[in-house]
Design a protein. Structure first.
Length: 219
């Protein structure tokens, strides 16, 4: 499979331009109409309520490490592999927040408080909302994940803060993807992995790609 990095980066630069034009006030009005108030239930951090994967960017990983004196292995693990190269090396895009074998986030505590609350990643800070480009729309739409807090009253001040976070998150995601792709040069040909869930990592060398470059992991 041949992947055109230049075309992908060009498309992402167009999306950055669209994202920069987003109106905080307009998004805030939408958020108020949807409504949200966190109920501190902790369900979004636990596997029993659905996919709780939290993608981490290099600066987010570094912040947690610096604040809590942790090693990279204590903070994160590779995301699921996206392709395998001709040498049999598995390649992943980005890192994910560590989880227990049960699937629950390692940083959620028994009282549903988060050990990383002040340093929590973009995904956690904006949950259950995110911005996405759908159906070739001229601007991204506000999307809502399933959450018990959705539909509860939200005041304008809270909505503005959340709108700012959503815009910041989208710009950060697009910028990260551009830098990742630029670092991916030399890996334009790959065989995509369609179902990796049952294969495990054992016996493979893993290469994790992000905006800082590529990191090799071996058993």
């Amino acid at each position: 499979m041949r992947f055109n990095i230049l075309d992908a980066v060009s498309d992402l630069n167009v999306k950055i331009s669209m994202a920069e034009k987003l109106s905080i006030n307009e998004m805030a009005k939408q958020l108020v109409s949807i409504g949200f108030d966190c109920m501190r239930c902790g369900e979004c951090c636990r596997a029993g309520s659905g996919d709780n994967t939290v993608i981490l960017f290099p600066d987010e990983i570094q912040l947690v490490m610096d604040t809590h004196g942790m090693t990279p292995d204590e903070v994160c693990e590779p995301s699921l592999p996206r392709f395998i190269d001709g040498k049999g090396i598995l390649h992943c895009f980005e890192w994910v927040l560590n989880r227990h074998s049960s699937g629950d986030c390692k940083f959620i505590q028994h009282d549903n408080t988060c050990m990383l609350y002040q340093q929590r990643p973009w995904i956690c800070r904006t949950y259950p909302f995110f911005l996405a480009f759908t159906n070739r729309a001229a601007k991204p739409d506000i999307m809502v994940s399933e959450c018990r807090g959705v539909g509860r009253p939200m005041n304008e001040g809270e909505a503005i803060k959340l709108a700012e976070l959503l815009k910041g998150r989208l710009l950060a995601e697009i910028t990260e993807e551009i830098r990742l792709l630029e670092n991916l040069k030399g890996f334009e040909d790959w065989e995509p992995i369609r179902d990796y869930s049952s294969q495990g990592y054992q016996g493979y060398i893993i290469a994790v790609h992000d905006s800082s470059g590529m990191t090799y992991i071996t058993d």
